[in-house]
Write a protein that binds this ligand. Structure first.
Ligand SMILES: [Zn+2]
Length: 182
């Protein structure tokens, strides 16, 4: 799934907080919902093919715990514990949404999220040797990504837009009333 879907999920999870979250909390939860795709940045910098990122340990709950720990150490004075709980939920939403692509299109996506890594990985998802592939051998430009989404996994694309429009609706509902009261 693309940042649009993950960010929308992060926003929707932020709206679970009562009273309403402030802007910093919303941004933190949107970042949490996208943090697993940080591996894309490293693959890009080190010129590795981007499509392998779901098959690295960086897309597992184990890494989520690591990210959560780092967030907690850095931001524990800024946010209440409840926000870190929602951050964990936002991270889980990322892996669930990524896994949905596999559930709908197992013959195209091939590998599920390795939920139990490093203890068990029945889908043979994690393959650290892939890091040795060179990106020059693969096309990973934006045009191939959008082409992939539009032609091969359209339901995932519709799901992204559904989450985005749901966020707009919930955001409008939750924040427009407040304006009226001002
Ligand atoms: Zn991802």
């Amino acid at each position: 799934m693309l940042p649009l879907g993950h960010s929308s999920a992060g926003f929707l999870i932020s709206q679970l907080k009562k009273p309403k979250p402030n802007l910093k909390e919303i941004i933190f939860l949107i970042v949490s919902a996208n943090i697993f795709d940080l591996d894309l940045l490293f693959l890009y910098i080190f010129q590795r093919p981007l499509f392998i990122h779901h098959r690295l340990p960086t897309h597992t709950p184990l890494f989520g715990l690591l990210y959560l720990l780092i967030f907690y150490i850095l931001l524990k004075k800024k946010f209440r514990p409840k926000i870190f709980l929602l951050s964990a939920l936002a991270m889980i939403s990322h892996l669930i949404l990524d896994n949905i692509s596999y559930s709908i299109y197992p013959s195209i996506v091939n590998h599920p999220i390795a939920w139990g890594y490093p203890f068990f990985d029945p889908g043979n998802t994690i393959n650290n040797n892939l890091i040795n592939l060179s990106s020059q051998d693969y096309k990973t430009e934006i045009s191939t990504v959008t082409d992939y989404y539009f032609t091969k996994t359209p339901i995932v694309l519709y799901a992204e837009f559904f989450l985005f429009f749901l966020s707009l609706y919930i955001g409008y509902k939750n924040y427009s009333k407040r304006n009226k009261n001002v």
